[in-house]
Design a protein around this ligand. Structure first.
Ligand SMILES: [Mg+2]
Length: 245
């Protein structure tokens, strides 16, 4: 028997589709928290080439060695990787530490964003899973990205509109893990933390606090014995929800 069937509903916005999980089952999970990078989209796989293109462009403008500029930028990046300030984790910030001309930084960031928007892809099963919504389930995006970055990574797939709430750096201003990311959603929707599911590729950042508060966790694309489930394809998510009851 199919785990879920499609249900078409009509609303003011027209016809929309929901995943409908068997009538006899009331799902325990009422909200799913999704990490973005390396969970929904393949950021790690494509980010390198986007920074490379932007830095090559700056080097060409300045007529300097691009390898040297790239190495200098990487060095700055290393010093910032544990920064707790989201703004310091932005490309514009790290690049401005090695390129003093504001206009070049601005144009380079635009080049990087354009390339990223072109090459970023959804991970396995994401498109299929989000095509329809599970009726009544809250979908929450929990990311350190700012709105403009979320826009680049998710809008081309029409995914941004799929979330009931986006908790990102533009409204939290903190790095993960931080309970504030979760509390905003718990409070907004009156959620019981025990009825929440957390999906991410980094247990500490995406799952740990949720689990500590009684929620369930899925690690994406790797093994982590601390997580309740491992998933390599989002089409597995419906089955896991059903197992959770
Ligand atoms: Mg991630």
């Amino acid at each position: 028997m199919a785990i879920m069937e499609e249900v078409k509903t009509s609303s003011d916005e027209g016809e929309s589709c929901f995943w409908h999980i068997d009538d006899n089952i009331t799902l325990m999970i009422k909200a799913i928290f999704f990490d973005q990078d390396n969970t929904l989209v393949n950021t790690r796989e494509v980010a390198g080439e986007t920074y490379r293109e932007a830095i090559n462009w700056v080097a060409a403008q300045k007529k300097i060695d691009s390898e040297k500029l790239f190495a200098d930028w990487r060095e700055i990046l290393d010093t910032l990787k544990n920064s707790k300030k989201p703004e310091e984790r932005q490309f514009s910030y790290s690049l401005s530490r090695v390129v003093k001309e504001d206009d070049l930084v601005e144009d380079a960031v635009a080049i990087q964003k354009k390339r990223l928007g072109g090459v970023i892809q959804l991970n396995a099963g994401v498109e299929e899973f989000f095509k329809k919504k599970i009726d009544g389930m809250k979908y929450i995006l929990m990311t350190e990205d700012f709105d403009d970055q979320i826009e680049i990574k998710l809008s081309k797939f029409g995914l941004k509109e799929r979330f009931d709430l986006i908790v990102g750096s533009s409204n939290v201003g903190l790095m993960k893990p931080n309970i504030k990311f979760l509390e905003i959603a718990w409070e907004k929707f009156g959620l019981d933390p025990k009825e929440c599911l957390y999906v991410g590729d980094n247990f500490e950042k995406d799952c740990q606090i949720g689990k500590d508060n009684g929620g369930k966790t899925i690690i994406f694309g790797k093994d982590d014995i601390r997580a309740d489930y491992r998933m390599d394809d989002f089409t597995e998510l419906a089955g896991i929800l059903k197992i959770l009851g």
